[in-house]
Design a protein around this ligand. Structure first.
Ligand SMILES: Cc1ncc(C[n+]2csc(CCOP(=O)(O)OP(=O)(O)O)c2C)c(N)n1
Ligand code: SF4
Ligand SMILES: [Mg+2]
Length: 279
């Protein structure tokens, strides 16, 4: 009798332990990305552009080629990679401080150009790695080290809904938001992550999945309560689901082109600081 394997570590993950705090959502996000790449059979030609937040050392955990994009520059690095090597599957893995604060310009312009890149955007509503400063995504009233009395919209404005903003750009192909707060939501997140890779493989343009995530250490909550906080507070402000999805066959684009209206081809082309100070 042979054993039937029902669950195992994805091939795309190394044997190295995650260095994240207990209850951190980055480990779940890594697993979903790894599973999607395994299932699509693209491990040999996928390149990750890593973040500079707590997940800066995701190269330890992804058994893939990984290039580190300086803080906020992930989508500029990924643009160069995809345009130079259009046969590669290129994705960025970025936090909210990275993608939506210092990297907002790179994000908006890569999306506006319709770069054929997959973006995994892990939004935990805070600069996790550097000790819990306010991010553009920090919720109203949420206490951070830089706004200890809570975010005051009269002073710093409302949190930015990045997915909604990018979905209205004509050249974006796929934009979805899911949460990593419960098994039901994690399953939905897995589908969205896979779809974001499929869109790139089918020759579509910019594809992003925003994953609402928990940073228990900076929320100063136990892991289970941090997940509840995501579900009760983040999901209320950042609604889940697909904001934009291409029809079954997404518009094709020319290798090396900028995406909009092009045809043919597959597409154009440390250290981790868990809860503490980082570079
Ligand atoms: C150019 C540059 N500026 C600032 C920093 C310091 N820095 C490192 S991580 C980080 C915040 C990361 O927050 P986020 O992207 O939300 O990731 P998280 O740790 O929350 O997953 C900052 C400001 C840096 N590494 N490089
Ligand atoms: S500080 Fe937050 S984001 Fe960073 S590893 Fe810890 S829980 Fe995760
Ligand atoms: Mg963050």
């Amino acid at each position: 009798m042979t054993d039937k394997v029902v669950f195992r570590k994805p091939q795309c993950l190394t044997d190295k332990a995650f260095l994240y705090c207990p209850g951190c959502s980055h480990g779940i996000a890594h697993r979903l990305v790894a599973e999607a790449i395994d299932e699509l059979g693209i491990r040999g030609r996928t390149v990750c552009v890593s973040s500079i937040g707590c997940s800066v050392r995701c190269w330890r955990n992804f058994d893939l080629d990984v290039v580190q994009g300086a803080h906020g520059r992930g989508l500029a690095v990924a643009t160069g990679l995809k345009r130079a090597l259009p046969d590669k599957v290129v994705f960025t893995y970025q936090g909210d401080g990275d993608l939506a604060a210092i990297g907002m310009a790179e994000t908006v312009h890569a999306a506006a150009r319709g770069e054929a890149i997959t973006v995994i955007f892990v939004n935990n509503a805070v600069f996790g790695a550097t000790g819990g400063q306010m991010a553009p995504t920090t919720l109203v009233g949420q206490k951070t080290t830089t706004y200890p009395k809570g975010r005051d919209p009269g002073h710093v404005g409302m949190p930015i809904k990045v997915s909604e903003m990018l979905a209205q750009l004509p050249a974006t192909a796929y934009i979805a938001r899911e949460a990593l707060s419960s098994p039901k939501h994690v399953l939905a997140a897995k589908k969205a992550v896979r779809r974001a890779f499929e869109v790139q493989l089918a020759g579509g343009g910019f594809a992003m999945v925003e994953l609402l995530a928990a940073c228990p250490i900076n929320l100063k909550l136990p892991p289970v309560d941090a997940l509840k906080w995501v579900e009760e507070n983040m999901v209320r402000y950042y609604p889940l689901g697909e904001l934009k999805s291409p029809p079954a066959a997404p518009p094709a684009r020319a290798a090396g082109g900028t995406g909009v209206g092009a045809t043919g081809g597959e597409g154009a082309g440390g250290r981790t600081c868990a809860g503490g100070g980082c570079q």
